[in-house]
Design a protein around this ligand. Structure first.
Ligand SMILES: Nc1nc2c(ncn2[C@@H]2O[C@H](COP(=O)(O)OP(=O)(O)OP(=O)(O)O)[C@@H](O)[C@H]2O)c(=O)[nH]1
Ligand SMILES: [Zn+2]
Length: 356
């Protein structure tokens, strides 16, 4: 296996070259399981752990290696695990907020070229959910593509496609079926050899089934969706990067129970381009579109040019984003305070020492 077929790029060559040390090789994270990483590299795969030094230097959880990351390593052998010394710069990162309301994000998938936003057509189509995933995808740096899976279960799949296209302007929408294999060839054409896709979507939409269909065997466990609420059972418990027979790579992620935004307002504007464009015609530059006079957004709502549901979804996402930014500011201030305390303490100690 050569590095390029794992998605290696010339900017990674440069980043790696600036870390010259004999015996170190680049490798890509295929899986992480309680601190034990499975890495793919030129000569196959090996298991490794993060070096003590790297752990010490890494304060934020998002800066730890994640599935899809490129790392600088010292491969192990049959008797010992390898060591991960450094994380190479990411081209894209899909971040989700941690459970428990902490502001620190967790990287779900790194270095994906395409973010596949998967919905299942067996359930009622949820445009709001797609909008949320879209915002996250724009934020991540990967190109979003909407996958409407289980097309075999829908009476009018083309209608669903039109609906999806309407809420995701400019984004490709694929109708597929992991069960019949329909549409999968187009998906593979899009995701060429050496490229990486990440599958995102609620539990039960068929992410693992899609991978199995593409690999041609049961590489990932799947389970029947519960009848009562149409939800999956969270069969996928870990993230993994899989190499497909075509040479493309796919990262499967456990269904995110609730998607919390860790996006900035720029990404939001991209998901809601229509509202952003309207905003240019509001009387006030900083219009919040929530009652100001001569508001183009309110005008469009009144005229029926903008759907109320979409507007409300936008309002909700704005609120969340702002809430998160405030939270982030508070955290920064606390960190800054701590840093100052340490500096002051050191200064005091130095003076005390000098005074003796
Ligand atoms: N009819 C039909 N059923 C499908 C299709 N894709 C998946 N399924 C079924 O949907 C159920 C859930 O599929 P999974 O692949 O386990 O879903 P998942 O998104 O990986 O779920 P988690 O692992 O919980 O995140 C299984 O019973 C699959 O057989 C499809 O295209 N058509
Ligand atoms: Zn306005």
């Amino acid at each position: 296996m050569n590095l390029h077929s794992l998605g290696w790029t010339s900017s990674l060559t440069d980043a790696f070259a600036s870390r010259p040390r004999p015996g170190l090789v680049p490798a890509r994270v295929s899986r992480e399981d309680r601190g034990v990483y499975t890495l793919l590299y030129e000569h196959g795969r090996f298991q490794a752990e993060v070096s003590g030094k790297l752990r010490h230097r890494t304060a934020a959880r998002a800066d730890y290696p994640a599935v899809g990351d490129w790392v600088v390593t010292e491969p192990g052998d049959a008797s010992s695990r390898g060591v991960i010394h450094e994380l190479l710069p990411r081209r894209s990162a899909f971040i989700r907020r941690m459970v428990g309301g902490q502001s620190q994000g967790q990287v779900v998938a790194a270095n994906a070229d395409i973010a596949f936003l998967v919905s299942g057509l067996d359930r009622e189509f949820n445009p709001r959910r797609i909008e949320r995933y879209l915002t996250l995808a724009w934020e991540s740096g990967a190109d979003p593509v909407v996958l409407l899976n289980k097309a075999d279960l829908h009476a009018q799949p083309e209608l669903a496609r039109l609906q999806a296209e309407a809420i995701a302007p400019g984004v490709a929408v694929f109708l597929i079926s992991a069960a019949t294999g329909g549409g999968l060839r187009d998906l593979l054409t899009l995701l060429g050899p050496g490229r990486t896709g990440v599958l995102l979507g609620s539990s039960g939409v068929g992410k693992s089934s899609i991978i199995n269909a593409l690999i041609g065997r049961e590489a990932r466990k799947t389970s029947v969706v519960r009848e009562a609420d149409g939800r999956g059972r969270h069969t996928t418990t870990h993230r993994q990067l899989m190499v497909l027979p075509t040479g493309a790579m796919l990262i499967d992620t456990p269904g995110l129970r609730e998607i919390q935004l860790l996006a900035d307002e720029k990404a939001l504007d991209r998901s809601f381009e229509d509202i952003d464009e309207l905003a240019a015609s509001c009387r006030f530059r900083d219009c919040s579109h929530n009652g100001e006079p001569d508001c183009a957004v309110q005008h469009a709502l009144a005229e029926g040019l903008l759907e109320m549901d979409r507007y409300e979804s936008w309002l909700r996402q704005c609120k969340e984003t702002r809430f998160h930014q405030r939270e982030q500011d508070v955290l920064l201030r606390i960190q800054e305070k701590k840093r100052w305390k340490t500096i002051q303490k050191t200064v005091r100690e130095v003076y005390r020492y000098k005074g003796r």
